[in-house]
Design a protein around this ligand. Sequence first.
Ligand code: PLP
Length: 465
Amino acid sequence: MSREVNRLRERVRQIDGKILQLTKERLDLVRRIGERKRLLGLPVTDLAVEREVMERAIAVSNAIGLDERVARELVGLLIWESVRVQGGATLNRASSLYDIFEGAEELEAKGERVIRLDAGEPDFLIPSKTLKVAKRAIDDRALSGYVSSWGLPELREALAEKLTLEFGVDLKPENILITPGGKFAVFAAILAYISTGDRALIVEPSWPVYAACVEIARGRADIAHTTLEDNWRIDLDTVDTALATGAKLLILNSPCNPTGKIIEEGTLREMAGMAEKRGAYILSDEVYHAYAFKPHKSILQVANSNFIYADSFSKEFGMTGWRIGYAVSDPQTIEKMHKILQMSVTCLPGFIQKTALEALKSGSDSKANPFRKIMEGRINVACRELDRLPVSYMRPEGAMYIFPKVNREGFDSKVFANSLLREAKVAVAPGEAFGRYPEHLRLSMTASKPDVKEAIRRINAHLKL
Ligand code: PLP
């Protein structure tokens, strides 16, 4: 090997050593800043500072002739690591939700009866006719081996047809990817558009999975905080600023878990226009669209491009454990998401897809979904009961949750939810799992009317302790 190559390699090694040494120095400084922030009661993340650091790095890279993409990746990683050493990871938020779930499961395993208003799991079973198809599909050899990683062609076609009919849009099978639950559609969409240092805008309160997925992709979450007092309205200036300063993805959920809010058509149109103008994408999670109690507009109806629609068989057809959902987008985005799915889960079991196809055929009009009426009935009962409690809430416009705020100074939903579970055997989700909402509780309407009523009676009694 030429001596010149060896000499150059040695220099590269020395530079690597210097980069690592400087990285260590940088993180030591960041740790000290973190300690100061803690003393001063300041939050870990300061998006204005992050933005400025990134803009400076890009300006320097342009000045010295370094590919801007490399600067984004490197500085994005440094920012990500800095947040981590200052203890600002967001994954913990999701864990308070799963802690209650695990706690309730444990009590039930010991034979206790717990009223479960914690999980987003409809207590409806798929019809027996659909189940018969499932049993036959399991016996079909062709459906128990590997199948297409895009999804069964007949299922993609049936979904394209259903969505075309329902939303009056022109969709083709190549716009659709079958995924293991709506959750994987969300995960793959985030992974497709967010990498180290990229920013995604999340509207809070939100399902904690979005922030966790952004973190897994080593991206950064900007937050558009909304409030009960403002009827959970999204501030369009916040969205515009985030997109104008380079956020790549705007994550929406309508009807919303946990608030039950349906985004107004005008607001949705404005945001679709902003995303298109800035070259950003909207990930619109609409897994609760079959549970809309007032007119609901889909991103499919208002956006021409730059969107990913995520949906699922879990809520619409009571198929949570079957793990089947889908994403709709332009063929290029579907291709990117498909790569992620193909290189991880390979494909969805054929017999599950066949069952989903049957579910679709026997109940394809989601506006006439029989579960919606049941959910609405339970929400009515719950609201009547809640009106006797010291709480404020917005009557849900869709989905299957109520997100009341407890009107008590210093109320801590996490402490309350834990003691409610242990002492009153009622499982609810603490508001802090969904963002900065420690005074809120999320009640899932996943139990019968008498159980919902009894659970709220016990919450009232527990509030008085
Ligand atoms: N999106 C939201 C807002 C949810 O609440 C859930 C489940 O609770 C999902 C997506 C994913 O559901 P699944 O993966 O079962 O389709």
